[in-house]
Structures are given as C-alpha cells and as structure tokens.
Design a protein around this ligand. Structure first.
Ligand SMILES: C[S@@+](CC[C@H](N)C(=O)[O-])C[C@H]1O[C@@H](n2cnc3c(N)ncnc32)[C@H](O)[C@@H]1O
Length: 239
C-alpha cells in the first residue's frame, strides 16, 4: 500500500510554524522531494538523532524530546499487546519511527499500523523507512484529528492508541478532544498508551481522564522516561 498524504497546508516559514502550534512546519533546506510520494513528502538526510535534535531546536515544545525513543522505551510501550488479536493500531506523533520499527518486528503482517506525524521532515524519514512494509500506512497530518483520519480509511476502531504526542503542552481542550477520540476509538479491551520523558509527573493528569493508569519506568532512554498505560476513560472532561 502506498503511503497517503493528507491535504494539510504546509507552513511557509519557521515563524509561521511557531505562530500556529499545531500546523505543519516548513520543509528544511536539506530535504528534497520524495519521488515515491505525492506533495508534502521529503527525503531528509542525516541520522535519526540529528533530525530529532534539529526539530527540537527549531520547534521546541511541539517535539518535546531531543532524541528518538530508545529501543527499551519502544519495547515498554508495546509490552503486553496481544499481537495475535490486534487488528489495527494507531500511533500518534511517530517522529523518526523507533516505536513503529519495534511494532513492525512484533506485529502480525495482517495487523494494520497507521502512523501519523505532523512534521514533514520526520514524516519523510518514516516513509523512507517503511516504504516496503505493506501493513504500515504513514500519514503526514495532524494527530489531533486522528479519529477523522481513521474513519476516512474505513477504520472506525483500533485495538490500541500509542501516543508520542507532547499532550501536557497541548491546550486543555485539544487534549480533552484527543483523549475523548481515543476513548471512542479504542475497541473493548484496548488501551491508550502514552510515552513521556518526565517520569510520573503527569500521573495525576492521566488519572483525571482514565480509571486505570499504570506507569512503567524506562531508565534506559535519553532522557529517562516511561510509559502510561491507560484503560477506562472517564466521561467527565478533565481540565
Ligand atoms: C516526543 S516526540 C516522539 C517521537 C517518537 N514517537 C519517538 O518515540 O521517538 C513527539 C512527536 O510528536 C509529533 N507531533 C507533535 N504534535 C503533533 C500533531 N499535532 N500531530 C502529529 N504529530 C505531532 C512531533 O513532530 C514529534 O515527532
């Protein structure tokens, strides 16, 4: 399956990107058009750590981490998923794809993996990396709209939602909307899983949204972090 590009407008300068915190940022100068994908795609040069570092230095809060997640973090966020039963999983804010890569190793080739990333350069890296993996669909788009993006693809429910999004720095209404969509979209027995590089600090915040929140510490990550595994969405909006 070919990766899909959404019709998101692309901001024309770093300043424009900063002015609109959830709009796609400008392409970077050492990126070129990816011949395998339509408009908006890029083929970035350099190692993953450099792409993340540069994105962090230019976009700050929207990226939230200066390095890609370690394989320990990737394994921890996936721990406990029943791969024999998982029909589809969505990953929000995939960066350069360390978690996606671990999912590809573990998932049944029939499990649909939908991966959403807002930054065109990081998305270009994801496309290059998973272009020969038919069960991965990489979407250049805004993960705050992931419910619509899934429905457009005929996927009303997923087994798990994995998030690398910097949720605590999102406006409360946006965070409420994302988590409400996750609650609506996750199939019975599924989970919402959120990575963090600020261990336990936001535990109370996730408890306001979910009945059951487990935190798993990941020391071997730069910086050390962890994963919240959440079940049982609470109806009350959490501000
Ligand atoms: C902390 S990084 C995590 C990257 C990757 N998952 C990892 O573990 O290395 C957060 C990622 O979320 C992406 N992001 C932020 N806001 C987004 C949005 N509204 N839609 C999609 N991706 C977003 C950033 O571009 C960045 O790649």
């Amino acid at each position: 399956m070919q990766p899909t590009v959404t019709s998101q407008p692309v901001a024309t300068s770093p300043a424009a990107s900063l002015a609109a915190p959830h709009a796609p940022p400008a392409p970077t100068s050492d990126s070129k058009s990816n011949p395998n994908s339509p408009a908006g795609a890029q083929t970035p040069k350099g190692p993953d750590w450099w792409l993340m570092m540069r994105a962090f230095l230019t976009q700050g809060k929207r990226i939230a981490s200066f390095a890609p997640s370690s394989r320990f973090m990737a394994r921890k966020i996936l721990d406990g998923i029943d791969w024999a039963k998982a029909g589809s999983i969505v990953e929000l804010g995939a960066g350069t794809g360390p978690i996606t890569a671990e999912m590809v190793k573990k998932a049944n080739p029939k499990t649909k993996l939908v991966v959403i990333e807002l930054d065109p350069t990081l998305c270009g890296r994801l496309r290059d990396r998973f272009r020969d993996t038919p069960n991965v669909e990489v979407i250049l788009g805004d993960a705050t709209k992931f419910g619509e993006l899934l429905v457009e693809r005929g996927i009303p429910k997923v087994d798990h939602v994995l998030s690398g999004l910097p949720l605590p720095s999102f406006p409360a209404e946006t965070r409420d909307a994302i988590l409400a969509t996750a609650a609506r979209t996750v199939a019975d027995g599924g989970t919402f899983r959120q990575l963090t590089v600020m261990p336990l600090i936001y535990y109370k915040m996730y408890r306001r949204y979910f009945e059951d929140v487990r935190f798993r510490f990941v020391p071997f990550n730069l910086p050390p972090g962890g994963v919240y595994v959440c079940r049982g969405f609470r109806d009350a909006p959490a501000k």
